[in-house]
Ligand binder design. Structure first.
Ligand SMILES: *[C@@H]1O[C@H](CO)[C@@H](O)[C@H](O)[C@H]1NC(C)=O
Ligand SMILES: *[C@@H]1O[C@H](CO)[C@@H](O)[C@H](O)[C@H]1NC(C)=O
Ligand SMILES: *[C@@H]1O[C@H](CO)[C@@H](O)[C@H](O)[C@H]1NC(C)=O
Ligand SMILES: *[C@@H]1O[C@H](CO)[C@@H](O)[C@H](O)[C@H]1NC(C)=O
Ligand SMILES: *[C@@H]1O[C@H](CO)[C@@H](O)[C@H](O)[C@H]1NC(C)=O
Length: 845
């Protein structure tokens, strides 16, 4: 919100300060709607927020032995180092070209540490009303840790916890205080965590809101604080790309071989007119990308934000070459996918088939990871084109498969019917696209819900009769039995018709009839802010996280359905499972929950029985009208599963080697898998095996050795990606690795030492005038590894200390004779502690 206020849309005035940041509620949907002043889908931004939340939560799953990731047990300096390391990785990744996925993972992890500081340290209890600015932002300079924590009355600490690698709670130290924390039962009992509102989970629950506010402010500063925030460090372009704020690219991949002159002339005459019409509207793309291809050439990529420059580039296209029919279409598409923003709209114009079929896997992977939509607009195919008959369903060619996978339009028409393509392009220029339903018709009419959150919709019908297809006609009926007003035809060809309902007059069940009765595929899509966000989760009741890699066939998952858009009281109620032929095979009620941001969630258990599963959500809008939304990308289950074995050592010191073990299980038919392993920091030495044949139900363990270089310094986190590829199955898993420098490795186990320098005990027993005399004790205290914190349980004002020239501190404790005992506690940064008890009745010290 802060960023968008400062960066209004092209040609628009600045928003007044706070106009977006103070939106109530401030959600991705309300923000994007307010920014555009129109119905524009926020799903791109939502995806980034989900990725940050998932990475933040991943710390809980992956890091279960390092207290510093949580600031437990006074691991404050080390937590700060981790935070710095993640932040450095974030900045390095964000400055690189290409995907921001890695940067988002680092940011999510950094935020976990940053936010835990406020719930787990005593920063709030110390009365600090603003975030700790230097936490994770730099070294000690100007910071608080290295200096002020020597102050007895103003000491930064955090709770001890029964937790691996935490060490024993020293006398006088606070506990974290969750019910599983047994240290909280020994004195001082209780704890200081403010993680929740719940008094059972969080002894300092009454300070939860204060801690949460500071964590929110610190998170805001992490991204946009002047000078040291992410925005100022990486610049506007990277920031936009990190948050997916750059909307989409409109990309043309154009065949420029000899036979295409008619199509290219048509693109010049008509498409550009359309693009000019949309430029400046909320539906307009962020930029335009042009990639020509022929045979054997493809490229170069041309990118511009200016529609006029795009026009000039298209007008400069010339045709030549291409003697044999198939062309390098997939190579052109690969370039285009890489050059386009995520979730772009890509149009491929060609009159021939693809020659470079070997690129299909990489193109599919890019389509999946970028979420872009591929719309092949074909005016011909080659005779030698072979139909693809394997699972998940038959396609006439690779273009149809890509359109199906990406939720795009596939149109095969003739040169005579070029004008139809314009309608398809217009449909694709929709800033808030949703799919209402997909299904197949075999004679009977089809019913579908039209809800009040849909502002317009299209019905698209394709004959599945193949060569036997004959002309057909469709009838739409509103719930009242009447025909909808203003129905317009977008495409009318022999095997395909698309009609548009530009305005929804009646909500409820609409009826679609097609004659003659035959075999048809139907898709209803439209424009709406009400959409669904689906995640597959796995884990336990306590900690469910989005799955990594692809789900596996036969696996059991939790499906989480979140509604996007304004919260107008809509509820998801049912999950309908469709197989690859769009036949409903199951319907599961959704259990309603609210997440931490109070979004309504619907949860259901799902077993993946099929290689391809399509998910449809049914529910009610706030006004009680039924709606349905289909998740546009099918869930494809892999037959191969990779899982890291438990209890592995993922921490490395300089010069050390660690072996990671990943189990590969094949639940599909016998297949030969080749493996690859890589990691971001290049710590991988070797792995084995590189390939293996696994029978159905067989598994094996993959071993990979990682070594941190001897001269390695500084904390760093790396992610090792293990991938397996078979003939028909592929999958991957990511395993985090943490490299820790030698200095941090030498665990400081030596407590500070003290030396008594002198005492003065003028007191007598049972003196009625005990305030008249003072007793004093002088001592020195030092620690080899750094600063020492000195704590006195009662009468803190009686203690004065100064730094000694020889290192350490020299202190004097003074008390009236009314108090007989003092208990002093000395602790170093790792929490090693030493105590001194002085009792003036016991002068033989
Ligand atoms: C999934 O759940 C079913 C039924 O509860 C069970 O039979 C099956 O083994 C589970 N699959 C896995 C991979 O755990
Ligand atoms: C992990 O390895 C490091 C160095 O190789 C070692 O110091 C540490 O104790 C190991 N941790 C576990 C849990 O095995
Ligand atoms: C990993 O290192 C161990 C010990 O150094 C060695 O025995 C093993 O063969 C190595 N594994 C691989 C895959 O290189
Ligand atoms: C560490 O050593 C390697 C080669 O041994 C060298 O390439 C690298 O630059 C060194 N790194 C540092 C930080 O000194
Ligand atoms: C005892 O110490 C207090 C301060 O700690 C001081 O104000 C007071 O004067 C002292 N009394 C005597 C008798 O020295």
């Amino acid at each position: 919100a802060f960023f968008l206020e400062k960066h209004p849309r092209h040609g628009k005035a600045h928003s007044s300060p706070g106009s977006l940041e103070k939106l109530d509620p401030l959600t991705a949907s309300s923000l994007i709607k307010a920014y555009y002043g129109a119905d524009v889908s926020a799903s791109r931004l939502d995806k980034v927020l989900d990725a940050l939340i998932a990475a933040n939560n991943q710390v809980e799953a992956e890091i279960q032995t390092d207290p510093a990731h949580y600031f437990y047990c006074e691991e404050i300096a080390k937590g700060q180092s981790h935070l710095q390391a993640y932040r450095k990785t974030l900045l390095d990744e964000a400055r690189k070209e290409g995907s921001m996925d890695g940067a988002r993972v680092s940011a999510g992890k950094a935020l976990h540490i940053l936010q835990k500081f406020y719930s787990n340290s005593n920063w709030v209890e110390m009365g600090r009303g603003v975030p700790y600015e230097h936490l994770g932002m730099g070294g000690c300079e100007g910071g608080f840790l290295c200096k002020d924590n020597l102050l007895v009355t103003d000491m930064l600490t955090s709770g001890y916890r029964s937790w691996k690698a935490c060490g024993k709670k020293p006398p006088g130290k606070c506990s974290h205080g969750t019910p599983d924390d047994i240290t909280s039962r020994s004195a001082p009992t209780g704890g200081i965590n403010k993680e929740t509102w719940d008094p059972v989970m969080s002894p300092h629950h009454d300070l939860h809101l204060q801690a949460a506010r500071l964590a929110i402010q610190a998170t805001r500063d992490f991204f946009v604080a002047p000078g040291y925030g992410f925005l100022d460090k990486v610049g506007e372009t990277a920031f936009r790309s990190f948050f997916n704020l750059a909307t989409y690219s409109l990309t043309f991949v154009v065949d420029t071989t000899g036979s295409m002159s008619e199509e290219i002339a048509w693109v010049k005459d008509h498409c550009l007119e359309l693009l000019h019409k949309y430029a400046g509207s909320p539906d307009a793309p962020h930029n335009y990308v042009l990639v020509p291809f022929s045979d054997p050439d493809f490229g170069p990529v041309f990118v511009t934000e200016n529609v006029k420059e795009f026009q000039v580039a298209i007008e400069a296209l010339t045709v030549s070459g291409g003697d044999d029919c198939p062309e390098m279409a997939l190579s052109g598409l690969e370039l285009a996918l890489r050059a386009s923003e995520p979730r772009s709209k890509i149009f491929t114009f060609t009159d021939a088939s693809a020659k470079d079929i070997d690129k299909m896997d990489v193109v599919k992977m890019l389509v999946e990871s970028k979420g872009s939509q591929v719309n092949p607009l074909l005016t011909g195919v080659c005779h030698e084109d072979r139909a693809i008959r394997e699972a998940p369903r038959p396609f006439t060619n690779v273009f149809e498969e890509l359109a199906w996978l990406s939720g795009g339009f596939y149109v095969l028409t003739t040169k005579a019917k070029l004008p139809e393509l314009l309608g398809v392009m217009e449909l694709a220029l929709n800033a808030a696209p949703v799919t209402v339903i997909r299904g197949r018709l075999r004679g009977d009419p089809m019913y579908f819900s039209v809800d009040d959150a849909l502002s317009e919709f299209t019905v698209s019908i394709r004959s599945l009769e193949g060569a036997r297809a004959e002309a057909f006609s469709l009838t739409l009926q509103q719930p009242s039995g009447t025909a909808p007003p203003d129905l317009t035809t977008v495409i009318a060809s022999v095997d395909r018709q698309v009609v548009k309902v530009p305005r929804v007059a009646e909500t409820g069940m609409w009826k679609l009839t097609v004659v003659p009765s035959g075999y048809y595929e139907v898709e209803v899509g439209g424009k709406s802010l009400l959409d669904i966000n689906i995640q597959l989760l796995e884990g336990t009741q306590d900690l469910m996280l989005p799955i990594q890699g692809r789900p596996v066939q036969g696996g059991n998952y939790t499906v989480s359905v979140r509604l996007q858009g304004e919260d107008l009281g809509a509820r998801p109620q049912r999950l309908v499972i469709l197989d690859s032929t769009l036949t409903p095979v199951d319907a599961i009620p959704l259990v309603q929950r609210r997440n931490a941001q109070s979004h309504v969630l619907g949860l259901a258990r799902l077993s993946l029985h099929h290689p391809v599963t399509i998910l449809l959500v049914e529910g009610q809008t706030g006004t009680g009208v039924s709606f349905s939304r289909l998740h546009p990308t099918p869930v494809t289950a892999a037959a191969v599963l990779l899982a890291a074995l438990e209890g592995q050592n993922t921490t490395l010191h300089p010069g050390d080697t660690t072996t990671l073990q990943v189990q590969v299980s094949n639940s599909g038919p016998e297949d030969t898998f080749s493996f690859s392993v890589r990691d971001e920091l290049g710590l991988l030495q070797s792995f084995e095996p590189s390939s293996v044949t696994l029978a159905s139900g067989e598994s094996l363990v993959l071993y990979a050795n990682f070594t941190a270089p001897k001269n390695f310094s500084g904390f760093a986190s790396s992610i090792a990606t293990f991938s397996a590829r078979g003939g028909s199955a592929q999958n991957y898993i990511k395993v985090p690795l943490i490299a820790v420098p030698e200095a941090a490795q030498t665990e400081d186990v030596i407590p500070p030492t003290h030396k008594l320098l002198g005492v003065n005990f003028p007191c007598v027993k049972e003196d009625p005038d005990c305030t008249r005399h003072n007793w004093t004790v002088r001592f020195s205290v030092t620690d080899d590894q750094g600063p020492v914190t000195i704590q006195v349980v009662e009468n803190p004002r009686g203690l004065t200390c100064r730094l000694a020239t020889s290192g350490g501190q020299i202190c004097v404790y003074r008390s009236t004779c009314c108090s007989q005992v003092v208990q002093l506690l000395f602790s170093d940064r790792t929490g090693n502690a030493d105590t001194l008890v002085v009792d003036y009745r016991n002068p033989d010290l």
